[in-house]
Design a protein around this ligand. Structure first.
Ligand code: AHR
Length: 511
């Protein structure tokens, strides 16, 4: 009798455990394409992102292709970077593109006033950036100087890179060694014009935007207006009012949201490697909020643009911690742990699930800065946990989003709650890809996926995880965090049960 009772209690507990998290996939409703640009990257003249991180010059002893680090080029090719934003960031609004063209010995040196006041020689300019994009097969996204530039400077830059007509700018480009225009369609008109990009009010910037966008001409150009920072709903409202009668001038509004564990820009932001569960929880809480930000900004946009012509780009996002001890604080160098992998997965699931309106997202930044894909030190390079999450998730690029319903328990800490699991799914070429993230650092989570209506013969899985939430990949050591195979049982009766280990990111592919 006692034995039966124990078995009964055990069965009940397992059923409850099984039933606690469910994910239902509505495969028949998979219609919206997840734009590959959601997996975009951002590169700024900041610290060692460009110089050292990407570009070392042809004479460097670090192996390179035309001055671009070979290891970094290969890592990006493998990652399938769909779009790369450049030259900033705050730097963009001090950047005069003509300083970065022509023979390198004639290019003036400049001081990077936003980031560490370092002097740079402009050896990486328009040609280098656009050639680099061609080399790694990525779409370039140029951020135009509005803060300290002019309309003429902006229109000439666009002509220089895109024009195939005969005109002074295309002649200059040819003289500098490039016969054909490059294929550039994304142009940001200013960056953070509410802050480092000009300290403007939205009403003023909306007019400035109209002025620039009216002069920037070309077929199929995607013009991106500066949108809000995090929850600045007033900015979105004023921008939409200001652009309401000129919607053809704007294709996208951008949103910037950084994840700061302490939510404080002025005090300590917290260490990138030394943190406990309290900071871990706060980091996740301050990142998952991006879903609410997206919904609320879109609701305002829809009020003034009911046809939904203007999309939203989260063109700067990621974690921002205190700079690593001993480094230049203006270089924003930080490590990247399992916590960052979880942050990346949470964001990418949210972006996927909003693919109907979110057209592009660019994580900050691609190498050596903030939540980077890659870290370099001299000749050494490491791929970060965030790199591996992007690699795992790139199956979603250009796939059709499968709407899902996730019902899950909570991950609780100090009386506060977060969903224990986030997920998204897509289908491409007959393969269904499900990405899931277990936020809970203390226990595995069972998820029952309901995939009724689709017949699958094979299931395979991969996982990104480490032993601890503080694990990272250090220079000169074996990787602690990367992609490993993940055992998945075959779906049975339209159901697939997964056990997600604590603090893990999982991809399951069904065919
Ligand atoms: O990514 C670092 C900086 O953060 C960018 O230059 C700026 O746009 C933002 O404030």
């Amino acid at each position: 009798m006692k034995d039966k009772l124990i078995i009964g209690v055990f069965l009940l507990a397992s059923v409850q455990l099984l039933a606690q998290n469910t994910m239902t996939l509505k495969v028949d409703q998979a219609k919206t394409k997840i734009k590959k640009e959601i997996y975009g990257q951002f590169s700024e003249h900041l610290g060692t992102c460009i110089y050292e991180g990407i570009y070392v010059g042809k004479d460097s002893k670090i192996p390179n292709v035309d001055g671009f680090r070979t290891d970094v080029v290969n890592a990006f090719k493998e990652l399938k970077v769909p779009v790369l934003r450049w030259p900033g960031g705050c730097f963009a609004d001090t950047y005069h593109w003509k300083d970065g063209i022509g023979p390198k010995e004639n290019r003036p040196s400049i001081v990077n006033v936003h980031w560490g006041n370092v002097t740079e020689d402009n050896s990486f300019g328009t040609h280098e950036f656009l050639n680099f994009c061609e080399l790694i097969d990525t779409e370039p996204y140029l951020s135009i100087n509005v803060g300290s530039g002019t309309v003429q400077e902006a229109t000439e830059w666009v002509e220089y890179v895109t024009s195939s007509n005969e005109n002074p700018m295309s002649e200059l480009r040819k003289k500098n060694g490039r016969e054909d225009p490059w294929d550039v369609k994304f142009f940001g008109i200013g960056n953070e014009t509410w802050g480092c990009g000009g300290e403007m009010r939205p009403e003023y910037y909306a007019d400035i935007y109209r002025h620039y966008a009216g002069y920037i001409r070309g077929n199929g150009l995607q013009k991106i207006a500066v949108g809000p920072s995090s929850n600045d709903y007033n900015w979105t409202e004023k921008m939409m009012i200001g652009l309401q009668d000129k919607k053809h001038l704007v294709q996208t509004l951008s949103l910037h949201h950084y994840t700061l564990p302490t939510n404080s820009w002025t005090g300590s932001k917290g260490s990138s490697t030394e943190f406990g569960e309290e900071m871990y929880f706060k980091t996740l809480k301050n990142t998952i909020v991006v879903d609410e930000l997206i919904q609320k900004h879109l609701a305002i946009m829809d009020k003034y643009d009911p046809e939904k012509r203007i999309s939203l780009a989260v063109d700067e996002w990621g974690t921002w911690y205190d700079a690593l001890p001993g480094t230049n604080p203006g270089f924003l160098q930080q490590q990247n742990t399992v916590r960052d992998a979880i942050v990346a997965a949470i964001n990418l699931n949210i972006f996927n699930n909003n693919a109907d309106r979110v057209s592009m997202c660019n994580i900050a930044q691609v190498v050596n800065v903030l939540q980077a894909m890659i870290l370099t030190k001299g000749e050494q390079m490491v791929k970060t946990p965030t790199y591996y999450v992007f690699k795992l998730y790139n199956v979603h690029q250009e796939a059709n989003l499968i709407p899902t319903e996730v019902k899950c328990g909570n991950y609780e800490f100090n009386g506060e709650k977060l969903p224990a699991v986030t997920a998204s799914a897509s289908i491409k070429d007959g393969v269904t890809s499900i990405t899931l993230c277990n936020l809970n650092p203390n226990k595995a989570e069972l998820v029952e996926c309901n995939i009724a209506g689709a017949e699958y013969k094979t299931a395979k899985g991969q996982i990104v995880n480490g032993k601890n939430i503080t694990d990272y990949n250090a220079f000169g050591q074996a990787e602690k965090v990367n992609i490993a195979p993940f055992e998945v049982a075959k779906p049975k009766n339209g159901k697939l049960t997964l056990e997600l280990p604590a603090h893990s990111v999982v991809l399951v592919q069904l065919q």
